[in-house]
Design a protein around this ligand. Sequence first.
Ligand code: ADP
Ligand code: 5GP
Length: 197
Amino acid sequence: MKKGLLIVVSGASGTGKGTVCKELLARERGVAFSVSATSRTPREGEQDGREYYFRTRTEFETMIAEGAFLEYADVYGNYYGTPLAPIEARRSAGEDILLEIDTQGALNVMERCPDGTFIFLLPPSLEELRRRITGRGTESKESLARRLAAARDEIRLGRRYRYAVLNDTVENAAAQIQTILAAERLRADMNPSQFDI
Ligand code: ADP
Ligand code: 5GP
């Protein structure tokens, strides 16, 4: 059985990862979303097991000790981690799985899973990134400044990814990722013997 794709979408906070991934999942019904665990408190409307598995710091640390994560990171003071077991299970069953994670996490996954499809999402500009973070209304002034400063460093690491996608409009970004996935699937399916090569 052919292994499913491990798709990693990353980029600086506020670029639009969550928004673009939601659009992508609506277009690509066969792709499963990797639900992460986090120690942050749920936002309004978020459900345990849907957006995240919400855990205490102690519970999270137990999971780390048990080796339950493919990767985990401390992102702006909270733990976030990708559970390992569902990823292995889905990929072995030939299903594609999508990880929407921060840049530290993505670099760690690159080390452990070099066969992944790594996609770096870019904002049109730092000014637009500032507008998006402010518009989302979830950050304090101090947190906004911290995220913008971190964004410069994160964007510098963008070249390590195989693909870069500009999030100018959500539709364009999702469509570009679909093109990347189509190419990756074709590459995985390629069988030279079909072509007398
Ligand atoms: P991230 O998951 O990368 O932190 P979000 O998906 O939460 O980012 O998006 C940050 C804000 O930017 C949200 O308010 C979202 O609606 C907005 N946004 C996302 N993509 C775009 C886009 N292409 N054009 C304009 N606004 C966008
Ligand atoms: P938020 O709290 O806004 O949902 O997410 C904050 C940041 O954590 C985002 O950049 C998001 O991509 C990242 N994130 C979510 N899940 C994971 C994960 O499992 N691992 C890592 N490393 N980052 C994650």
